[in-house]
Ligand binder design. Structure first.
Ligand code: FES
Length: 575
């Protein structure tokens, strides 16, 4: 009878098992690294994909944390092999990490497929590393568990807490308005990033960590554990141990991820007041699993799901508070009627099992559906003649009175134009204007940068204005806030209607009706469309060329068209 832990069934045995010259080569070169038979013979080989880099400020603890992952693998009888993969550090990579999400996804997929790996630990955290590694692992369909980097500790300045991104924007506006001196600004710079880890607001990194947990791809409770506490070390140990179990049980993403898993992820994104970026990533991840998630799915759930996490930018607290208050499992208690609690988790249990262990310690941080931050519609999908294929707005981080607004457009043709003119004292802008940025979508910039929270013109800041309606085909950081309409699709560089908007046109935003309208006659729009000409291509070679030829629009997840779909590809031949 075949035992559950049958080494002959391990994938890595194709490399190491046969008594032939090729396997001799594989084994002897391993031994050349000082490894002996007892290290790896008949043991699962666990690939630990590490996105550590000195250019990635959020993963600076990964060089140490990987040791705990390896210790966990060894404890459980596996053999850990650390493999560095591309590190997408949000702060320092230009023009935007989103340009490279699909490159890391491809690297993850191919690294997993081409090596003798039985299961993998994916070490990521900073925004795009999460979807990229999950997309790659789903496509490779090799048993995998995700280890989130964890958020930074809460930051403090004088008598207040500071949240990544959110408070940088807030205090920058005060500085531009003349309300903050150089010394105060410098103090904030010195303390807003208090430790290793990802942004500790509900930015894209925290949102995607929650989504990874909601998909069942992490250990339960993993998404909010701060990066530098002992609990995170133990999470890494447990993740390493689990990877060995995954190898023996061959628990692959295709055996875990169902339509219900993605429903749970959508509900989670909405209930945490998560980053709008997650919508793009979830559509892409579902596509890799051969499933379909659409903007309309998001909007349908948005009409039912309350925002329960009182975390900046939609709320008041930070991720450390969220963790102490009960974390994601605590938040799910109030959503059990909506979630698919039968969805499987990577540790072999179900979402229901995970929620069983949950408690809410602080009901102001994790609200109940009867006392939500926003009753429903925290993130909304809009359509109209300005965005026929849809666009999104994070209503929970917007100014309520601006959610129904009509005003004249002030148009910027691209980001350099915005930078040049936005603070010009002669800019014809009032608090009722609608700021419009073109050429900032997946193809436009290129790479779909986070330019969607257009700056408020300095003269309006000085007059006390802190929010305006802003519209673009760009994304926005998950830490950002304001009445910003994002991801307009099709984008202006493709000749979408955003390309035809001119300064002075009247734009109407009606979020409750899910409408965005350019109030210009069809005849006039047809004239402008006839005059529109595509901009020159960004690149004639290299990765950027590949990207611009194959990236899809925001409503399709911005994956490469040739990577979509649940066809997992064949195992490599071993000659
Ligand atoms: Fe890395 Fe925000 S910059 S998570």
């Amino acid at each position: 009878m075949t035992s559950v832990n049958d080494p002959s069934k391990l994938r890595s045995q194709r490399w190491f098992g046969p008594d032939d010259l090729r396997s001799f080569g594989h084994r002897s070169r391993f031994k050349g690294m000082g490894i002996d038979d007892q290290d790896f013979e008949n043991k699962p080989i666990i690939g630990v994909l590490n996105t550590w880099s000195e250019m990635n400020t959020c993963h600076s603890h990964f060089r140490e944390r990987v040791q705990e992952v390896k210790r966990g693998v060894l404890q459980a009888g596996g053999f850990p092999v650390e493999i560095p993969v591309m590190s997408l550090g949000e702060m320092l990579m230009k023009p935007t990490t989103m340009l490279y999400r699909n490159l890391l996804a491809m690297e993850t997929e191919e690294v997993l497929r081409c090596h003798p790996i039985d299961a993998a630990v994916l070490m990521g955290g900073c925004d795009k590393t999460v979807p990229a590694m999950l997309m790659g692992a789903i496509s490779a369909d090799i048993p995998s568990v995700f280890l989130p980097a964890g958020p930074m500790l809460n930051a403090h300045w004088r008598d207040t807490t500071l949240g990544s991104g959110t408070d940088a924007w807030k205090y920058w506006a005060e500085r531009c308005a003349g309300n903050l001196c150089d010394e105060e600004w410098n103090e904030i710079e010195n303390c807003i990033a208090r430790s290793a880890g990802t942004c500790m607001t509900m930015g894209t990194a925290s949102t995607m960590a929650c989504i990874a947990e909601a998909l069942g791809m992490t250990l339960p409770g993993a998404s909010s554990i701060p990066a530098v506490v002992a609990e995170h070390c133990r999470l890494a140990l447990g993740t390493g141990r689990l990877a060995v179990e995954l190898a023996w049980t061959n628990r692959k993403p295709s055996r875990l991820l169902t339509a219900g898993s993605f429903v749970n992820a959508m509900i989670t994104q909405l209930a945490i007041g998560g980053s709008t970026n997650a919508i793009v990533h979830l559509i892409a991840m579902a596509g890799r699993a051969g499933l379909k998630v659409t903007l309309d799915d998001f909007d349908a759930w948005s009409r039912q799901v309350p925002v329960l996490a009182n975390i900046r930018p939609s709320g008041k607290y930070l991720m450390e508070d969220f963790h102490k208050a009960g974390g994601l499992r605590g938040l799910w208690i109030g959503l059990q009627g909506l979630l698919d609690t039968s969805a499987k988790l990577v540790d072999g249990r179900t979402l229901a099992d995970s929620i069983c262990q949950a408690r809410v310690i602080d009901p102001d941080v994790i609200r109940t559906p009867s006392n939500p931050i926003v009753e429903q519609g925290g993130t909304c999908v809009l359509r109209g003649n300005l965005a026929p294929n849809g666009c999104v707005i994070k209503a929970s981080a917007s100014t309520t009175r601006l959610l129904q607004h009509r005003g004249p457009a002030v148009v910027f043709e691209n980001y350099p134009d915005l930078k040049k003119r936005i603070h010009d004292p002669d800019l014809p802008v009032t608090a009722d204007s609608v700021l419009v940025l073109k050429d900032a979508g997946p193809l436009g910039a290129p790479g779909f940068p986070e330019w969607g929270m257009l700056p408020i013109p300095e003269k309006l800041l000085k007059a006390g204005v802190r929010d305006m309606v802003r519209i673009s085909d760009a994304r926005m950081s998950g830490t950002s806030y304001g009445t910003c309409v994002l991801h307009v699709s099709p984008e202006s560089r493709l000749g979408g209607p955003l390309a035809w908007v001119q300064t002075g046109d009247i734009i109407e935003l009606d979020v409750p009706a899910r409408r965005i309208s350019l109030l210009v006659s069809e005849e006039k729009l047809a004239e402008r469309k006839a005059l529109w000409r595509p901009a020159p291509e960004h690149a004639s070679r290299g990765y950027t060329w590949l990207y611009t030829k194959h990236v899809t629009q925001a409503d399709r997840g911005c994956d490469f068209d040739f990577l979509e779909g649940g066809d997992y590809g064949k195992e490599p031949d071993i000659f």
